[in-house]
Design a protein around this ligand. Sequence first.
Ligand SMILES: C[S@@+](CC[C@H](N)C(=O)[O-])C[C@H]1O[C@@H](n2cnc3c(N)ncnc32)[C@H](O)[C@@H]1O
Length: 282
Amino acid sequence: MNYDLTIKEIKNQSIKKLLEKNIDIYSANLDVDILLSFITKIAREFILSNDKKILSKDEYCHYQNLFERRFNDEPIAYIIEKKEFYGHSFKVNKNVLIPRPETEELIDIVINNISSNSNIVDIGSGSGCIAIILKHLIATYNMAAIDISSYAIDVAKENALSILGNSSLIKFINADALNYTPDKKFDVIVSNPPYIAKSDINILSNDVKNYEPSIALFSGDSGYEFYEKIHNRLDILLTEKGKFFFEIGYNQELNLRKIFHDKYVSFIKDLSGHSRFMIGAI
Ligand SMILES: C[S@@+](CC[C@H](N)C(=O)[O-])C[C@H]1O[C@@H](n2cnc3c(N)ncnc32)[C@H](O)[C@@H]1O
């Protein structure tokens, strides 16, 4: 087997294979550059100017192994175990949802609508991206984060330590938020909950449906189970003037207006013009 391949030759071979799988040229290029950068420790911007470099046998074997995973649809973030979110690098693995850009918008909405001494809970904290960035931006927030998965809580604590310097700046709670009663009510709920209907599994791409945790994606047959149940618990979780901020599916506004009919709710569009955030008060 010939291991003496240059970065340029490896790139050409790999991109050709990804294109045969109908991955677009931009994503194929990006994925291959990210993997090569990860393996060689050459910054991604400098991969092109280093494309005559020959990978060592170890580097080449490691690359082939990671490329094979990508070729089998595993998301690049799980392969390199990190994802950028709000300018910070978050550890991710198969136990947590990969943070999405829309969720960065949810953070801005929350900050613009609450006071700096709020007692906040992030429900379904996953990698901890929402709770950690909120606490990083406004140190005076009193921040808690709940997740039903103890593995997710472990990842979130690692991220809190690396980004905030101290994981105890956030109170992490491993619990089912739909059965949880706090000692002291919160002023604010922020949440990007599971909201996909189980019946929609086949419209999800392979990288999502085969790799991201089901518990982070699906909410019953309708996709509304979490919202229906949390709606019934708002009085238990929130103070009298409490506010809530939820990320929602792009086609869920109408049904959520019905479920939250007895609350003051409004909906905000994301940068692509879809109604993606529900904010409200009890
Ligand atoms: C869509 S992910 C969001 C993760 C992270 N907040 C983000 O925005 O990337 C939903 C999270 O909710 C958690 N979850 C699902 N049901 C839950 C429940 N009943 N109580 C607490 N957490 C739950 C899942 O484990 C998952 O981490």
